[in-house]
Design a protein around this ligand. Structure first.
Ligand code: IPE
Ligand code: IPE
Ligand code: MG
Ligand code: MG
Ligand code: MG
Length: 325
């Protein structure tokens, strides 16, 4: 991801805040696994969205920093539990929390992060704090629903594109929308601004998750920091798989099915799948779908042509559009 320097500055601010909350605290058996993923890397796009949305409507960093931290704490909780649910061993280039410690510790570290997220959110002193907490809580519930759908789809043979979109909106896009809406409210933006940036974030989130599905197939573990082909071994109903199953020849689908769900997928299996997806036009079509969502996110931003926050949201969008990890 090509990053503008303002993003580096914001990341440092966010990381300082997170470190203050977690580093060196006792008992270490709780706080070390809670802090571990923050030290492993990560893009911090959700807290950056909170801050830029707040600034786009004329607010300041100090109005929204605790809320920005709480969104990243919540996101980190979802990653720890998601890796257990997806049986993944690698996250941000290092062993996942449940591999480094065990599942009991990973459950507790996740619980601790959600609790800390609420504790931190409640530090904001704003007349609309109750509304902010409601938006945050509804978003968290939707992530749970999205994750439930994602898991249920693993054992279903066919999933429609509509069902897929519903699932990714809940598991991924809503938290981006929540981040922008909270930023707008804490920056004292208008209802129109909240609606507009919320729409921007939903489209960004959808594009972002479809891109994540594509990177699972096309990127490599060293760059991605996550196991390549993980979705294929779990028979996840990702956008590329749904497209392929709807458009490829019967013969190509039969070959794909002989690899699909294999636990120890070899690199040449993956290469063959990539080739099949390419021949079926799936890779191009998925990229087009990513582009449609990013383009429509960009359009939503046209309502903020000159404000500095709006310009920076555009830069963030561009850097995510071309991301490789
Ligand atoms: C990973 O999110 C989970 C998805 C919604 C695809 P990110 O790609 O934002 O993960 P980090 O925080 O940068 O590691
Ligand atoms: C991300 O789904 C959704 C959440 C973490 C809530 P994925 O399972 O695709 O995310 P990665 O690929 O493991 O980061
Ligand atoms: Mg996962
Ligand atoms: Mg998952
Ligand atoms: Mg994924």
């Amino acid at each position: 991801m090509v990053e503008a320097s303002f993003m580096d500055d914001l990341k440092q601010e966010i990381d300082r805040g997170i470190k203050e909350l977690l580093w060196g605290k006792e008992p270490a058996t709780l706080y070390e696994p809670m802090y571990y993923l923050f030290e492993s890397g990560g893009k911090r796009i959700r807290p950056i969205l909170v801050i830029l949305s707040c600034q786009a409507v004329g607010g300041h960093l100090h109005n929204c920093l605790p809320a920005a931290l709480s969104v990243e704490l919540l996101h980190t909780f979802t990653l720890i539990h998601d890796d257990m649910m997806d049986h993944d061993d690698l996250r941000r280039g290092r062993p996942t929390v449940h591999k480094c410690w065990d599942e009991g510790i990973a459950i507790l570290a996740g619980d601790g992060l959600v609790t800390l997220a609420y504790q931190t959110l409640l530090k904001n002193s704003h007349p609309k704090l109750t509304e902010v907490v409601q938006i945050f809580t509804n978003g968290l519930f939707e992530i749970c629903e999205g994750q439930a759908l994602d898991m249920a789809f693993e054992s279903r043979d066919t999933i429609t594109v509509d069902e897929y979109h519903r699932m990714i909106t809940k598991k991924t896009a809503r938290l981006l929308q929540v981040s922008c809406e909270i930023g707008v409210i804490l920056g004292n933006g208008s209802e129109d601004e909240r609606e507009l940036l919320g729409r921007f974030a939903l489209q960004l989130g959808r594009g972002f998750q479809i891109q994540d599905d594509l990177l699972d197939i096309l990127s490599n573990q060293r760059i991605l920091g996550k196991p390549q082909g993980s979705d294929l071994t779990k028979k996840k109903k990702t956008y590329p798989v749904i497209h392929f199953l709807q458009h490829a020849s019967a013969e190509a689908i039969e070959t794909f099915r002989s690899y699909w769900g294999i636990q120890q997928m070899k690199p040449d299996h993956l290469d063959h799948i990539i080739q099949l997806f390419h021949q079926a036009g799936t890779l191009d079509e998925v990229q087009k779908e990513v582009d449609v969502h990013f383009q429509s996110a960009k359009q939503a931003l046209e309502g903020f042509p000159s404000a500095p926050g709006g310009r920076d949201l555009n830069l963030l969008l561009d850097s995510l559009w071309s991301r490789v990890s």
